[in-house]
Write a protein that binds this ligand. Structure first.
Ligand code: SF4
Length: 480
């Protein structure tokens, strides 16, 4: 009964937006009639994969409202920013972009709209209100799906619209989406986070954990498979706790078994995992499910148990290493990537040595390394023992050197081997090459005499570069 109510509420919420989509469409149709051109849009995305997925939803809504994507460099009628506030420099970058959009007198005015995590912070919204008068629409992460309504109000009422919700509602299904890729797709399975790591702003700007219903996820993946997608990446701030809010145990592993059955999908990935929640059932799924790729992104953040406690991560250095061993034993040849923060408040040289120790012991294929960035509103921002910038930077440099040399050594072992690559298309940097990834997430650029986009091909690796592999396709039927 409760579930039916949620469904009805969902239908009501999304139907209302489709009414606004049609209303905006009438306005864009007028532009086509009067000016003989279709109005254009640009979506600028900052931050994580969740934002990339949401930028696809923003594009989907704009396409449905009669806008078309602006050509690169062309000034768009509507410019939407999907922002990130996880690090200070991301915020600064966004203010920089906004500043450049201030129109000079007589310039054509674009409608500038901003959403994303940064807008969930009241001080940011105040700053935009006061200092960026050319920003017409501000909305948050919890009401992204109401963009058609907000755009319609802005277009018809000719005034600035500020609409940021401070609490999360239910996840709304059915928002239009225009996917950026044709071979692989993001699929969000949950929103929000309950963990409150002491450095992280996410639980404050994305709210508590809310899982999508398993049937909704399965339907979406079946639709993707039906339109030719081969790979899906399941997204959530902490996918390992998928279903906890629905009162279901082992729900994530259960979901993976169901998705593994969908014809057409060849590969399944997921991100991000929290080490404290990585369950035995998930490790078993990784061992048993043929479509689940042999790659795990498992942020460890710091190698020091003392710092991990200050970070509120709820595992120790030893537990993290033990977890890595268990996963490696279950899935031989699996590759690991991670996130590491350098210079968390109170980090000593001994703590940092523990971080280097974990990096050397695990031998990550890749690490996303960050200087600790103080975020207003988080617990760690109030810690008094902040590490001086020069110390942070020096440690950061040492960490990069250690990790880069491990990554390069691992890549070197691929030379001469043949690997399976899911081809995403032509390489962005070199038109003579195709690009794709191995099951364990190695980026491969390779030559092929025919267009192999969307196919799983065998590629012989001829050269290892520090961050990618170079190869040539092995013609079907030939063994290397
Ligand atoms: S698990 Fe921790 S780091 Fe990840 S989103 Fe939640 S609070 Fe932030």
């Amino acid at each position: 009964m409760a579930e039916r109510k949620v469904m009805e509420r969902n239908d009501e919420l999304i139907q209302k937006q489709y009414v606004y989509i049609d209303k905006v469409k009438e306005i864009t149709a007028e532009t086509v009639n009067i000016e003989g051109r279709q109005p254009t849009y640009e979506v600028r995305v900052f931050g994580c994969q969740m934002n990339e997925l949401e930028s696809e939803q923003l594009s989907g809504m704009l396409d449905a409202m009669g806008y078309t994507k602006a050509a690169p460099g062309e000034p768009a009628d509507v410019i939407v920013f999907d922002t990130c506030c996880v690090r200070e420099n991301a915020e600064e970058k966004i203010y920089g972009h906004l500043g450049l959009l201030k129109p000079a007198p007589g310039d054509k005015k674009s409608i500038v709209a901003i959403t994303g995590c940064m807008m969930q912070q009241p001080h940011v919204v105040e700053k935009i209100k006061k200092s960026y008068h050319h920003v017409g629409i501000v909305f948050g992460t919890h009401n992204l799906y109401t963009f058609p309504e907000l755009l319609y109000k802005h277009l018809t009422q000719k005034k600035r619209i500020f609409d940021v919700w401070d609490s999360e509602g239910q996840i709304v299904e059915g928002t239009p989406i225009t996917r950026a890729e044709k071979v692989k797709a993001w699929v969000h399975i949950m929103q929000g986070c309950n963990n409150f790591c002491s450095y992280c702003i996410v639980p404050y700007v994305r709210g508590r954990e809310r899982s999508r219903k398993k049937e909704d996820i399965i339907s979406e993946v079946k639709r993707l498979a039906g339109t030719g997608y081969k790979e899906i990446t399941l997204l959530g701030q902490n996918v390992n706790s998928y279903g906890n809010d629905l009162g279901r145990k082992d729900a994530f592993a259960d979901l993976l078994y169901a998705l593994n059955e969908i014809d057409g999908i060849k590969r399944i990935r997921f991100t991000t995992s929290h080490p404290k929640d990585l369950s035995d059932s998930l490790i078993t799924a990784m061992k048993e499910l043929p479509k689940l790729c042999e790659h795990l992104h498992l942020p460890f953040q710091s190698g020091s148990t003392r710092i991990l406690k200050e970070m509120n991560r709820k595992y120790t250095k030893e537990q993290y290493l033990e977890l890595i061993d268990r996963v490696r034993e279950a899935v031989p040849g699996i590759s690991f990537t991670t996130d590491i923060i350098v210079g968390f408040p109170g980090e000593t040289e001994a703590d940092f040595s523990d971080t280097l120790d974990v990096v050397r012991k695990v031998r990550f294929d890749q690490a996303f390394t960050f200087l600790y960035s103080k975020r207003t509103g988080t617990k760690a921002a109030e810690f008094e023992n902040q590490v001086p910038e020069d110390v942070k930077k020096e440690r950061f440099q040492r960490l990069i050197e250690v990790q880069n040399s491990i990554g390069a050594e691992i890549n070197k072992t691929y030379e001469g081997k043949t690997v399976e690559v899911l081809v995403e298309g032509k390489s962005r940097n070199n038109d003579a090459m195709y690009t794709g990834r191995t099951r364990n997430y190695k980026l491969v650029n390779f030559t092929s005499s025919e267009d192999v986009t969307g196919k799983l091909v065998q590629v012989k690796i001829v050269k290892a570069w520090p961050f990618w592999l170079e190869g040539m396709v092995v013609p079907e039927g030939e063994t290397s």
